[in-house]
Write a protein that binds this ligand. Structure first.
Ligand code: AMP
Ligand code: ZN
Ligand code: ZN
Length: 402
């Protein structure tokens, strides 16, 4: 063999070796949200599939929500690792003094990327060469940083749970070069049943049964597709819930002239903007009025709430004691839910759910409560992605991994 022929055969052998050693397929992570599912309810509700998933993986005694304990801020914290004061979704309704229109979760304004800061996990995945699919998630219909999920579905509360799971499985059945690596899957049924009918009711039990069946359908589908050995399932919630009572209500219009304020949030959390900008007057009118209602100026909210550093946070924030509500008489007459959320996370009933199982996750481990800003780093670790800068600490969840 002359030198030239020898070099050609070496090159050929190398290229065969390279083409045989294809890169390992990317990990798959399905992030499931059971909106409003309380940490304590994993042992109380009929959710055998969820308990079995926890037994095969890691379960936190509680996931501590970020303030305010509402759906949009916490879902967006779960996928960015940022406190609401840093990602900008500081409420379900938001007033930004520099924007003409207000943000409202079900309105078109919520799709304007100007509201959405930080980098959600689906953008992280896409920027690092993966595909990402969202079967509903706050923020998923917005081009955040100019990037939309590879596959997405506009929010429709009426879409049956089974159809949501079928859509996820359809995406996962795509050929490898199209298959998403990150998938979100959102369910509002527990939150809706708790608001409408109360806690520990047959309706809440029925909602839990439906969601657990959806989880079973998802797991069976993943197995059928032969993806078990690369799929991690995380089931989390955004906040818990506590009961309200018509005997524990503070009426705002008994204390102030409500025509002088913009009420951004009420019931388990009070958020006000004085229309004339006179924050001190409004503070004086409300502060110390009721022993069950703590009133703060934005700059004076407790440190541990991480709820100061954003001009979108209303200038007056009130937090009633757990179980107490603050609202106007008109609101009380119009709609009074038997249970809700919004109080701070010092109350265990407001704590959220966290369960994770998959090939990289330790089995049968129960971990101490941890804050939901740490979830994004965990998702990135499972997906082998480099996280964007965030408020979490990857050391908090490192021990969850094998
Ligand atoms: P909350 O008032 O904080 O209990 O919000 C719960 C409600 O948020 C649910 O009843 C859902 O209908 C609504 N929701 C959840 N995700 C979305 C979404 N992506 N777009 C619009 N609304 C949503
Ligand atoms: Zn919620
Ligand atoms: Zn709710």
């Amino acid at each position: 063999m002359n030198r030239r022929t020898f070099l050609c055969s070496v090159t050929l052998a190398l290229s065969v070796a390279v083409s045989c050693a294809r890169p390992a397929p990317a990990p798959i992570l399905i992030l499931v949200s059971f909106d409003g599912f309380r940490a304590v309810d994993i042992d109380r509700l009929p959710v055998p599939n969820l308990r079995a998933l926890a037994a095969r993986g890691v379960r936190a005694k509680a996931l501590i929500p970020s303030f305010p304990l509402l759906t949009f801020p916490n879902h967006y914290t779960l996928v960015t690792g940022l406190y609401p004061e840093h990602h900008g979704i500081v409420g379900n309704v938001i007033v930004d003094p520099s924007f003409p229109e207000r943000f409202s979760m079900s309105a078109k304004t919520a799709k304007d990327p100007r509201w959405w800061g930080g980098e959600p996990i689906w953008v992280t995945a896409i920027r690092q060469g993966r595909r990402a699919a969202t079967m509903f998630w706050p923020g998923s219909e917005v081009a955040i940083g100019g990037v939309r999920p590879t596959f997405t579905v506009p929010y429709d509360k009426k879409m049956p749970s089974a159809d949501r799971v079928t859509q996820v499985l359809t995406w996962l059945a795509l050929p490898e070069d199209q298959r998403p690596s990150f998938v979100s899957l959102y369910f509002e049924e527990i939150d809706s049943a708790s608001h409408d009918h109360g806690l520990e009711t047959p309706e809440m039990t029925a909602a839990a049964t439906h969601l657990d069946a959806a989880l079973g359908q998802l797991e069976a589908g993943v197995t059928r597709l032969g993806l078990d050995d690369r799929t991690t399932i995380v089931v989390a919630s955004d906040h818990g819930m506590a009961p309200l009572s018509k005997d524990r209500v503070i009426f705002l219009d008994d204390d102030i002239d409500v025509s002088t304020v913009d009420i951004v949030e009420s019931t388990a959390l009070l958020e006000l903007w004085p229309k004339d900008g006179d924050v001190d007057r409004l503070y004086r009118e409300l502060h110390g009025r009721h022993p069950q209602l703590a009133i703060y100026r934005r700059e004076e909210t407790p440190d541990w709430l991480h709820y100061r550093d954003n001009p979108r946070i209303p200038s007056i924030v009130g937090i009633p004691d757990e179980g107490w509500a603050v609202m106007t008489h008109a609101r009380f007459e119009r709609k009074f839910d038997p249970a809700t959320h919004g109080w701070d996370s010092s109350h265990p009933a407001l704590h959220a759910l966290f369960v994770a199982a998959g090939p990289a996750v330790r089995r049968g481990v129960v971990v101490e409560p941890f804050a939901n800003v740490h979830v994004y780093d965990f998702l990135c670790a499972v997906l082998k992605l480099t996280p964007a800068p965030n408020d979490g600490n990857p050391a908090v969840t490192r021990a969850f991994l094998r």
